[in-house]
Design a binder for this molecule. Sequence first.
Ligand code: G4P
Length: 531
Amino acid sequence: MSNSIEIEKRRTFGIISHPDAGKTTLTEKLLLFGGAIQSAGAVKNNKIKKTATSDFMEIEKQRGISVATSVMAFNYAGKQINILDTPGHKDFAEDTFRTLTAVDSVILVIDVASGVEAQTKRLMEVCRMRNTPVIIFINKLDREGKEAFDLLDELEETLKIKVRPLTWPIGMGDRFKGVYNIYKQQLNLFAPNKTGISDDVQSLEDLNSPELDEKIGKEESAELREEIEMIEGIYDPFDREKYLSGELAPVFFGSAVNNFGVQELLNAFCEISPSPRGRESDLRMIEPNDDKFSGFVFKIHANLDPKHRDRIAFLRIVSGKFQRNTFYNHIRNEKKIKFSNPTSFMAQDKSVIEEAYPGDVIGLYDSGSFKIGDTLTEGEKFNFKGIPSFSPEIFMELENADPLKSKQLNKGIKQLMDEGVAQMFIQQPGNRKIIGTVGQLQFEVISYRLEHEYGAKGRFMPKNYFKACWITSDNAEQLAKFKRAKTRYIATDRDENLVFLAETPFLLQMSEQDYPDIVFHKTSEFKLDKR
Ligand code: G4P
């Protein structure tokens, strides 16, 4: 079978949401439709740690917070769907951002009562940076929430994306009757259904038909007719091209926990979402149909088995065909490596695979040779762009609390940074290690892992920085002057790029004003352009 048939079948996406909007529940229902799990609760149990298949770290088990990003694949309507799960906890946002580089589209879940929340905005910013196509699922219609039109306005304003409803709710909360599927002209009547997968879907091409009044009541019918008319008046028809270029988000309504509106979402997803897309490299655009295999590592999990210090690197295949036991080039290390046990992830099971295609995510066992962002190819020398680091929000200096174990500490912290647990900036004099994270939880993860995996003891001393900005300039003189003036706030990242650690927004603004030829980058993405 040619690669292009395999590629066309694949849909690789991520579900993103503010915690508690219903991401886990929706994931589970999608897996039910795909037959990848047999009962409701399977994914949820995973989340709350009853089974540990996707949670590799002890600390997760203790805390009951899913920090793992796992991959679940299933088949539906002739498509092979790969869901890349993302941690909802905000302290692991960086992990989620990286996962978004490995998907071709996303489904964004919004709680009808809460609307757009802090985490939703940040995640959408990342999607916009890459023009990732977004489908919005408004969840929990079985509860009272915001009016649908108000919510759509809020989405457009706060997420800075055009929206187009493709289904429409009939009432909500206790009065929730179902949804009208605008583009398929079907009526789907609501019946709470926590376990099964069948919906009561009926064609209804003519909204003026008296049948509608019989089914949902006179008042509700009148309201629905009026609202649909308004929608057609306010919103442009759905334009797939605009969706694919990330300008327009189709919107669906439903109730994930009741398995309602999920099938419409899945069907539409299969129809409109993109098949695997190419990725930019420092050499050229690499297309899925290119003959030769290539891929990049976007995630590393440590300690699948606490007895062995092995790690699993998650590789997104970009082009060609990956084959087991075949030598590939590890570009950064300039080494050839082969993999005897590459794994795929079918829901909760992992199994060894012989081959994999663009869009697939496979797990590669690794004893420490991979870093986030590494490229593997069949021969050609290039690096994929675009695994960004964002400025951390909390900074601490890592001190060695056990002088006899400094070697262990250095090794441990380096490996944890390779995995992307946090970012480390080195400050002079004395090679001081400043660790930056987006949440407090990572410091606990680091301390715990340094001690349990590496036998080292670290102590964190708070640092009063507000942001790390990567700095570049074509004006060498001005850059040198800045470095002299701000010695105490200059550091380097893992690739030896210069970083300015700003103490306050005001000081950052002053620096930007006083040194106009220096660019203060908020993400590390710029680095890739100069490679
Ligand atoms: P997350 O992954 O985005 O964090 O959200 P998750 O799916 O865990 O859902 C958060 C809570 O919202 C869960 O309740 C879940 O049952 C509930 N929920 C999800 N979809 C719907 C829906 O359509 N309607 C209503 N009413 N609730 C929904 P929980 O109390 O935290 O957990 P549980 O005890 O119900 O499992």
